[in-house]
Design a protein around this ligand. Sequence first.
Ligand code: ARG
Length: 569
Amino acid sequence: MIEKSLFRICENLSEFLEASPQDLFSMLEFPPDSSKGDRALPCFRFAKAMKKSPQDLASACKSILVRQELPLGIDRIETAGGYCNIYLKSSFVAKEVLEPLFSSPETYGHLIRDKAPVAVIEFSSPNIAKPFSIGHLRSTNIGASLSRIFQARGWKVIKINHLGDWGTQFGKLIAAYRRWGSADQLGEDPIRALFKLYVKFHEEEDKDATLLQEARENFAKLEKKDEEARELWQWFRDLTLKELKTLYDKLSIGFDYYWGESFYMDQIPDLIKTLQEKNLAQESEGALIVDLKDEGNGVALLRKGDESSLYLTRDLAAAIYRHQQFSFDQMLYIVGGEQQLHFKQLFSILKKLGQDWSDRCEHINFGQISFGDERMSTRKGNVVFLSDVLSRAKEMAQNIVREKNPELENIEDVAEQVSLGAVLFADLSARRAKSVKFSWEDILSFDGETGPYLQYAFVRTRSLLERYGKKPEMIEDFSQFQAPEEVELLRTLSQFSYALERAEKEREPFVVGQYLIEVTKRFNRFYQAVRILDTEAQQLKGRILLVFAASKVLESGMKLLGIPRPEKM
Ligand code: ARG
């Protein structure tokens, strides 16, 4: 409805500004604060062609609009600078927010489409027998959030975990295991134990030349499906996957397919043949390459001299296979920025292969984050294990929660929820491409822009509703919200769908995070400024409904970002 009225305004200005209503509609901005209206049409773009100043144009727009009755729900039009500002009636905003939130709170702000487009989203993709790094946490968190946001925006989403379960490192691991390993060692903490073997391999390889040779042979055997090598590999993979699934459960994340790199093995020979037939790949010093230098993407290596397949080749096979299976409208790879060249090469070779859908593939990159001053690199062994980060966070959260609310019954569970909320939200608190360093104090703070800050506001809404003791009811008089804090809160709640739309378009869960911070700020101001439970009946009914609305939007947004929602804290 708001849309309809705003579109009418654009129709009314279309002739004068010589632009289609659709164009004008897409130009509408959200002013930074409500004193400048609910939407603003910037007139700068038209100034040159129409030989008028933006200010004059804005005034002219206003006169055109006020000449006739304003569309439903529009209160008034003002101009400021080169902007034509549109003010909505607050009773209209209240109705637009409260009715749908009351009748279908779970899908408020979501987009329902007639036909769902298909998105393949590949994320997490850790490596077998190696620690789950902070980079993998970012991929997991951003990918899972984007998947949920895309679903809320009406997409059908297929989630794939492209496990790093193939490559020469498995030859090394098998060699190391045969020399130094034992089944006992892998019992309790298999990933850590396997990783230790891997690190030991790198320490020893300089001293002992036969090691590398052995590793190479092992991997060659694996590729040729040698039974013994394959059995060890399968065992390492199973052990790692079991541990990974515990983590995904903790984060409430599921995948539709665990198609790791090994899954595509049998498709590689045909792929290589096609590449050669199409004259895309050339032999060079025994290796097979694609020269992409003229487009600035270097030389892509498809097969090494020893015939073993490579990361890029497996990605080519994976992309083609996924397209055959799902004929997706969009495929997103959630992978760190350091693999940018890899994805450029991948997409470019797909295009050269005549796969015209290659421009529907996107590398959704992200920067590095760190907690404190620890940095990550798996090769040398000075890595930060995610499990360590999470237990450290939990320990700190436990102290904070105990201090704030010593009577709380299930401190341990709440601390777990708070610590996850803190870490996951911190990860989404800046645009993904940015590299950020966090301090524990900052991300666990209850009044910064943090996960616990959102959780605390959510708990507050729940406790108000609990103390009210009845089910919230629908109201009839939407003009009862007069306090500025009520109006502002309603206005913010009305913008949920736009936040989701932007997050989808920009592939930035961060946008939803920022929006939730805004909701929380508005809610807290409302909570501090107006009486809620101790006010007269009519007002009480309206305000409780507003608390319910804020609670539902917070809940729904936090769900999208995977932030746990404690009932008490
Ligand atoms: N396993 C890789 C790593 O840990 C990430 C895989 C990214 N996805 C892909 N299709 N290449 O670096």
